[in-house]
Design a binder for this molecule. Sequence first.
Ligand code: IMP
Length: 441
Amino acid sequence: MATLIVVGSQWGDEGKGKIVDLLAQEAQIVVRFQGGSNAGHTVITKRGTYVFHLVPSGILYRGKLCMLGNGVVIDPAGLIQELDHLIERGVKIGRNLIISPRAHLIMPYHKALDAVSEEAKGSRRIGTTGRGIGPAYADKMARVGIRIGDLLQPDVFRQKVEENLVAMNRHLHHVYQADRFSAEKICHEYLGYADRLRPYVADVSALLDRAIAQGRHILFEGAQGTHLDIDFGTYPYVTSSNATAGGACTGTGVGPTKIDGVIGVTKAYTTRVGEGPFPTELTDEMGEALKTRGQEFGATTGRQRRCGWLDSVLLRYAVRVNGLTSLAVTKLDVLDGQSELKICTGYRHRGKLYKEMPADLTVLRECTPVYERLPGWSMPTTGITGYKQLPMQAKRYLARIEELAACPISMISTGSRREDVIVLHHPLTGGRMRSLKRHSA
Ligand code: IMP
């Protein structure tokens, strides 16, 4: 398998950073295809903890090419800050970073609009990360977005900023009584970023096409998760991009026939940041225990994550809409020490049983989850690297996930360190997948 998409199967924060970091050892190229600095991918190595917002985590390895595709929205100040921080810590950044000229820019007025529109929504707020993501994608779709390529041409950039500010300032001021922006100030700030980013700008789609023809191993790194996808997530409590596998094609310029596999990352339980329905949410001690043991605080905003039992309805849906070829289950060790575990297998709402993800948010908000109970395990699993060493109950739990999701598990993460992982099947270099039952035999 030479080209592999990595997506989140839940509401983001599944541990994609760690899985991408691990798979990147065997890849030559890692490319981000959507989202922006709303993402926070954490990688823990012997040299310390790295939190990435925009740069693909593959940058930590020498000789890997990292790309930001056209589907990504870029806050240039944030990107430069992230690059400087990596350089300070000894990471080499030069010809190993490529940015698509078609990627859209996050402008200061996008961040302002994100903040004031959230505030105005009151109890109907989305709980965004406040990074200007929604307004930047809205401008892209309204065909008034400003792209990285425009930033490299001062006259074009200036004209677009001036044109956009006519409507944007009116909107900010009249609807939200917010401050107006000055085109001069924005141009001064942003054109200063242009020279710094210019050396990295190149045609991502063309480079990927050549690399695929040469048989290079390529990872497409998704941000957020399936249920935050603009089309398939719990709309409107979603992000503004396609976080599902299709986004990898439209967000990099690679055709679907060139993709060999899709791995979905899922926690062994469920979490969600921000507002929106969450059928298996736990507001009791168990929820608190998951939050504490799993250190469930957002890498981008520091907000507490809501925690709950694993939901196989969400997972099965992720398998379907992404065409997942395997699953990576993370944070298994967070469940250590529980006498009993639950997995949601359906939703009951007004006498009807839902086995598939409903589009209607009312059902998700009001439903009672149907649970299957499984025995927990007392033995610590942190750091286990061999499947055979897992307690029998953990194997049963994982096998049941595989069965309910109808997708084989290829990797199991058992701790926060890079090396805390069980690789049952390497999604890039492994041969034929085997089910967990065969691994137990
Ligand atoms: P936005 O992407 O900042 O517009 O936020 C929209 C929704 O997506 C909010 O509920 C955020 O909390 C959520 N969100 C955005 N990025 C992430 C992420 O990387 N992990 C988890 N949730 C996210």
